[in-house]
Ligand binder design. Structure first.
Ligand code: NAD
Length: 253
């Protein structure tokens, strides 16, 4: 077991990549705090983990709220005494070119994707610094490097997460904390399904996605979860400040 006796926090754990990662972390021995706005989704993932003998703590929170992030980390410390792993998977993607997106879309995207990452790192890294160890896995996107366009705020937010990840990796390496980002390709979760609904021809868009990955398909959340496990576990003991592309070759194209 790669995360035996570790305490992990996963934001965005009610769905998609966060849920798959939380399930895998629990299967690998971690006690997992599941953070999301979606109470029903959280309960379903927590029940699955418990049914397999794992331990889960449900934290209903808006990741863009400082008070809720602080209280969430405190709950984990009260329940389990430490934080070994933080994965920040909560995110939104609203689409739009810069001339069309209004200030509210920009602000909401940055509040959840960028500030939500900052806030959970800000609070969870403190017990890690005190303990002298920790692994943080943020979630960017391959679009930050090779964009398809038409999603200006989202792509900018993912670029911000990549830069944030690298600079905090430098700041905290000597304190025993590793910080790395996953940069997924298109992954089969509700998020791209919602993007398809915004397209005039969803099937054509789906075909472009498949072809844009040299592997000829989109990815599965479990494939990203296995990369998250690598970054969260001691298997990546000399890896920090890295952007790990899990994108079927998209950015190599
Ligand atoms: P998803 O929509 O399935 O899951 C996102 C989760 O975040 C949901 O459970 C949602 O309730 C939660 N969330 C949204 N706003 C929140 C808030 N304010 N507070 C707390 N929770 C909130 O999407 P996913 O595909 O699993 O995405 C997970 C991460 O992976 C996101 O950061 C996304 O940008 C990134 N990503 C996804 C893809 C993809 O193709 N699916 C590709 C690259 C990167």
């Amino acid at each position: 077991m790669k995360l035996k006796d570790r305490i992990a926090i996963v934001t965005g754990a009610a769905s998609g990549i966060g849920a798959a990662s939380a399930r895998l972390f629990a299967a690998e021995g971690a006690r997992v705090a599941l953070v999301d706005l979606d109470e029903g989704g959280l309960a379903a993932v927590a029940d699955e983990i418990r049914a397999k003998g794992g331990e889960a703590l449900e934290i209903v929170a808006d990741v863009s709220r400082d008070d809720q992030a602080g209280a969430g980390v405190d709950r984990v410390l009260q329940a389990w005494g430490k934080v070994d792993v933080l994965m920040t998977a909560a995110g939104i993607s609203l689409g739009g070119t810069v001339d069309k997106i209004d200030e509210a879309i920009w602000d909401r995207t940055f509040a959840i994707n960028v500030k939500g990452t900052y806030l959970w790192v800000h609070h969870a890294i403190r017990p890690m610094i005190a303990a002298g160890s920790g692994a943080i896995v943020t979630v960017g996107s391959q679009l930050a490097q090779a964009s398809l366009g038409k999603n200006a705020a989202y792509v900018a937010s993912k670029g911000a997460i990549a830069s944030f990840t690298k600079t905090i990796a430098v700041d905290h390496a000597a304190q025993g904390i590793r910080v790395n980002a996953l940069m997924p390709g298109v992954i089969d979760t509700p998020m791209p399904a919602r993007s398809l609904q915004r397209q005039a021809d969803p099937e054509a868009a789906r075909q472009v996605w498949r072809q844009r990955h040299p592997m000829g398909r989109i990815g599965q959340p479990e494939e990203v979860a296995r990369a998250a496990l690598f970054l969260a576990s001691d298997d990546s003991s000399f890896v920090t400040g890295t952007l790990l592309f899990v994108d079927g070759g998209w950015t190599a194209h």
